[in-house]
Design a protein around this ligand. Sequence first.
Ligand code: GRG
Length: 298
Amino acid sequence: MEIKSYLNKQKGLVEDSFNSYIPAAEGVFQDHIKALRYSLFAGGKRIRPILCLAAASAVGGETATEEDLLPIACALECIHTYSLIHDDLPAMDNDELRRGKPTNHMLYGEAGAILAGDGLLTWAFDLLSDTTYGKLDPEKRLRIIHVVARATGSQGMVGGQALDIAHENTTFPFATLQTIHRSKTGALITASVLAGGIGAGANAQQLDSLKSYGDQIGLAFQIVDDLLNATATTEQLGKAAGSDVELGKATYPAYFGIEETRARAQATVEKAKTALAEFDNKAEPLRLLADYIYTRSH
Ligand code: GRG
């Protein structure tokens, strides 16, 4: 299997289904919906929904098909998009460019962007809990909602963002940096993998392995993000390169330099693949996704 064509196929699947699940920009709320659709369709890689579908395929079984899991996958992308809109706000990273386009608040104003993020976060839980979407038994649906809520709230993504901001322009132990990376970025990635696994009926041992895989690629994802921020250009990234140094953020390259950071990212991805040892070739997409996370260029 070739990763590029796999990613394109899965991205198409996710994007097509957005049109069934996300309201059109019409009617009385059209300005608000236009703002959230702007960021949702601004060219994201769709890694989290793709991971969710790939984890379900790795488990296999008949309990839930890719189609059943697409609303869950789309909900994960809504949460990711909300986090980026809020992360770019003047009160947070204050970015004007994302995916090579103006950030949400540059076009819709601060209040509009905050509400676009709020709308996406809430829409995600609407999608996750709507029993008319996909054949997912209610017990599994509830477990997925809990995993996603826990991962994205104050003990996960939001908590990580708060820690990240509180530690700008300070020095702190490496263990704190790992906590920030694992919660700010890793938690939603792990939850995406687990959501697919739970949906497909993974047993406890398979879920443990998927969690360990998710934790490792989640950490690797942010290590590579640190690397790219330090080494790539604004054109390559579609967002401001070098912003970590400017904002006084501690990063892996600041602790270890570029070469050792690269080696650590690769070792983390290898650990992720080792966690999949018990899975057969249906886990090939998960293995390829781990490699992609290390080799990605934006
Ligand atoms: C609750 C007010 C409030 C704010 C929340 C939680 C949060 C703000 C921000 C999340 C933290 C964050 C932006 C982490 C960075 C994660 C990261 C590396 C994002 C880039 O992900 P990609 O590369 O993006 O998958 P694309 O553009 O492909 O979608």
